[in-house]
Write a protein that binds this ligand. Structure first.
Ligand SMILES: Nc1ncnc2c1ncn2[C@@H]1O[C@H](COP(=O)(O)OP(=O)(O)OP(=O)(O)O)[C@@H](O)[C@H]1O
Ligand SMILES: Nc1nc2c(c(=O)[nH]1)N=C(CO)CN2
Length: 323
């Protein structure tokens, strides 16, 4: 369960309802709203810009409720949920809309502690495609990969849908080190890139990851390769601060996150297992959005070999599985 910002009992006067007079004469609506987001950065920094002001949230709900009247409280709840998800930082929204004076032909009697009248509740989650690359070249590599996969599958907010076979790969990056096992998982997530990255760092740390030599040996490396669908409105493009690499960042970002991963497209140890897991996908390269299936054919894949069998077969997509 993620962190939440909750506003309870927001009292609004508005003109929604199926009956004609309801669109003429305002009546009370009471909204409960809960926004899921990662509040740890704000909690640690005590900085409002790392969060969302509940005053802004309240104002936005009033604004949405004041727009042109609709028949159903379902529609109002849907609109409020949509407005909540417009904040990039929000991962899911729970909304309850109550109509205490609803004209139902029967009076509603307030019960202690419970507001009278009809209510609807909806939950809407952000859902974006995500590609995560895994790698290890220290310790018990297969056990580490299996355990890391279990951690990813257990991560609240991430649905793992396709898992590649393990590939064994020559180390890339110039540092003398053992061969890697690599794999790629593909799925959907409601988490923001920053939140997902924080969770990946936690999983890396739980597997003994130490950050010393860049591109050096590691027990576990988890990278976000892409978030959202390349070329679509939900694609996340963010500039990283390292190297001054800005892979087409749409806006300057305070976060160290670089998306899509600026080096993934040139790394056969990422592209080959990704293609094995989900060959129909696309990726963004410096030349634009290309089909993974075309891109893999143009890549030097000499350093990538079939790896040991792991327990991921049950998640493997058959078409994209080992060939
Ligand atoms: N898309 C991303 N996925 C993972 N980490 C990222 C991403 N963008 C930026 N980072 C940041 O990069 C930092 C360094 O990551 P890491 O130590 O895994 O680098 P590396 O694996 O040695 O090199 P590379 O980034 O080339 O794979 C991380 O602390 C993380 O904050
Ligand atoms: N073959 C291979 N080489 C690498 C890898 C990796 O996962 N596989 N990761 C690196 C830094 O992320 C550096 N080099």
């Amino acid at each position: 369960m993620s962190d939440t910002i909750t506003l309870t009992g927001l009292a609004i006067s508005a003109r929604h309802g199926v009956l004609d007079f309801e669109k003429q004469i305002p009546q009370p609506f009471v909204v409960d709203l809960s926004l899921e987001a990662d509040l740890a950065p704000a909690g640690r920094s005590d900085d409002l810009t790392a969060s969302l002001s509940y005053a802004d949230v309240a104002a936005r709900v009033v604004e949405v409720a004041s727009e042109e009247p609709v028949d159903l409280i379902e529609t109002l709840a849907e609109r409020i949920a949509d407005a909540g998800l417009e904040w990039a930082f929000v991962e899911a929204v729970d909304v309850t809309v109550r109509k205490p004076h609803a004209p139902a032909g029967v009076p509603f009697t307030p019960t202690t502690g419970v507001m009278a009248g009809p209510a609807v509740s909806v939950r809407r989650e952000r859902r974006r495609a995500v590609v995560i690359a895994m790698g290890t070249n220290l310790g018990r590599r297969v056990a580490t990969m299996r355990s890391a996969l279990e951690s990813l599958r257990a991560l609240d907010g991430l649905d793992v849908v396709h898992v590649s076979p393990l590939v064994e790969t020559d180390p890339v990056g110039g540092v003398e080190q053992p061969d890697y096992l690599n794999a790629v998982v593909v799925g959907f997530t409601r988490l923001t890139g920053e939140h997902l990255l924080a969770e990946l760092h936690r999983i890396e740390a739980e597997h003994g990851r130490r950050r010393d030599v860049r591109w050096g040996a590691r027990t576990l490396d988890l990278d976000i390769i892409s978030l959202g669908t390349p070329g679509e409105s939900d694609e996340v493009r963010a500039g990283g601060e390292r190297d001054g690499v800005t892979p087409g960042a749409a806006e300057a970002s305070k976060s160290p996150l670089a998306l899509p991963h600026p080096r993934a497209h040139e790394r056969a140890f990422v592209v080959v297992p990704w293609w094995q897991a989900a060959p129909w996908m696309t990726l963004r390269t410096p030349e634009g959005v290309v089909a993974l299936d075309d891109h893999v054919r143009a890549l030097d894949v000499a350093g990538v070999r079939r790896g040991p069998v792991w327990d991921a077969e049950e998640y493997l997509d058959l078409e994209g599985g080992l060939r």
